[in-house]
Design a protein around this ligand. Structure first.
Ligand SMILES: C[S@@+](CC[C@H](N)C(=O)[O-])C[C@H]1O[C@@H](n2cnc3c(N)ncnc32)[C@H](O)[C@@H]1O
Length: 371
């Protein structure tokens, strides 16, 4: 019994009341794995680990029901839970830093005898009301019809389609029998009503028999997988055709062409260290890679989407829906954005990127792998 902690001790260590722990037990969120001979609750190391996750999600503002879904997610192991929590907490920290900066600006304005406009005031505090990932993702990450047409065309005559790393459901073809796979409960919760059924699982271990789908697709997700090659092999196993929309991480050419990574965010290169070259994923599915050009008015707000609309990157919502900005850290993000802001107002950005105005599409390393 000595490896178990009493309810009082756990409450004391975690800084919550015994009553809270009793409530978590009553609603099935955290049932201690055993009881003492006298019938008192006793918590194991595993129970304490679960409590840590529950409390972290509580701190992020999730409701108890949502937390139950998150911590019970069968597709998410301890490392994935910690990574997700870390991402959400960093996002919250960034938002707090942005709010502090806005308050400082307002204090400065008041000290100078000027006032910020009602729009400016509400913009800052309104942003805080949003959940860390949710509304930002659905607001800016939409299906881009020209890219969708390429993906759907590559699916050929497939009737049954598995969408791996499906997120909120962008690019799911409306005229086929789609099954979605998405490990994140936060993302699953944002799928619109009527979206294809979604299974909680990860690409690396798809819970389906061999060849059970005509096709499997994965869009803007492979670079999030802990083991992309294993995930792609799984797609190959469960489907007769595989279509993957991703980017060529090994080609430094497009990173030099793309002013955002070249002039403002060189830290992007660090995110690609250890990432397999395009040849490996292509081999894993036994297919070919085709370039996908990014239209200047791309509707899907992925990282490269605004190459001809630089002002878009100044918008916090645009950045929050793209993991790159969280992954490079708040310092790099703030430096990149304030330099971009200065260059846009001084005309320096236009001076350097004049040639872009005449282009309707750009080759920025995006690829469609088809097998
Ligand atoms: C940028 S979103 C793309 C979502 C969607 N495919 C789209 O185009 O909007 C990346 C998605 O990959 C999911 N993901 C992360 N790790 C995964 C894994 N191991 N297996 C499958 N999906 C994963 C994330 O939860 C997230 O929903």
């Amino acid at each position: 019994m000595d490896e178990h902690l009493s309810v009082g001790r756990v409450a004391q260590l975690a800084g919550v009341s015994v009553r809270t722990l009793h409530h978590y037990d009553e609603v099935g969120l955290l049932e201690p794995s055993t009881r003492t001979a006298a019938g008192h609750r006793a918590y194991s190391a595993g129970d304490v680990e679960r409590l840590r996750e529950v409390l972290a999600y509580r701190r992020l503002g999730f409701g108890l029901r949502e937390i139950a879904d998150l911590v019970d997610d069968p597709a998410t192991d301890a490392v994935a839970h910690l990574c997700r929590l870390r991402g959400l907490l960093m996002d919250q920290r960034d938002r707090a830093a942005a709010t502090v900066a806005a308050i400082d600006r307002e204090l400065e304005a008041l000290a100078m005898g000027t006032r910020t406009t009602p729009e400016e005031q509400l913009k800052v505090f309104g942003a805080q009301l949003h959940d860390a990932i949710g509304p930002a993702y659905r607001a800016t990450r939409r299906t881009e019809p020209r890219i969708a047409a390429r993906i759907w065309d590559a699916l050929g005559d497939a009737r049954t389609v598995l969408n791996v790393g499906a997120g909120t459901g962008s690019y799911e073809p409306p005229d086929r029998d789609v099954t979605a796979v998405e490990p994140s409960a936060v993302m699953r919760a944002q799928r619109p009503p009527g979206a294809a059924p979604c299974v909680a699982a990860a690409a690396e271990s798809l819970p389906f028999a061999d060849q059970s789908f005509d096709a499997a697709m994965a869009v803007s997700t492979v670079h999030h997988w802990p083991d992309p090659i294993a995930g792609l092999r799984e797609m190959r196993r469960v489907a007769r055709r595989v279509v993957v929309f991703t980017y060529d991480a090994a080609d430094t050419g497009w990173r030099q062409r793309f002013w955002l990574t070249r002039d403002y965010l060189p830290e992007f290169a660090d995110l690609l260290v250890g990432w397999p070259s395009l040849a490996e994923p292509t081999r894993a599915i036994g297919g070919r890679a085709e370039p996908v050009l990014v239209p200047w008015d791309c509707a899907d707000g992925f990282f490269e989407a605004h190459w001809r609309r630089p002002e878009a990157y100044l918008d916090e919502h645009v950045r929050r829906a793209v993991s790159v900005w969280t992954r490079v850290g708040p310092q790099a993000e703030q430096r990149a954005i304030s330099t971009l802001r200065e260059d846009l107002s001084s005309g320096r950005w236009v001076g350097r990127n004049r040639n872009l105005v005449a282009l309707d599409t750009a080759e920025l390393g995006l690829r469609l792998l088809v097998a």
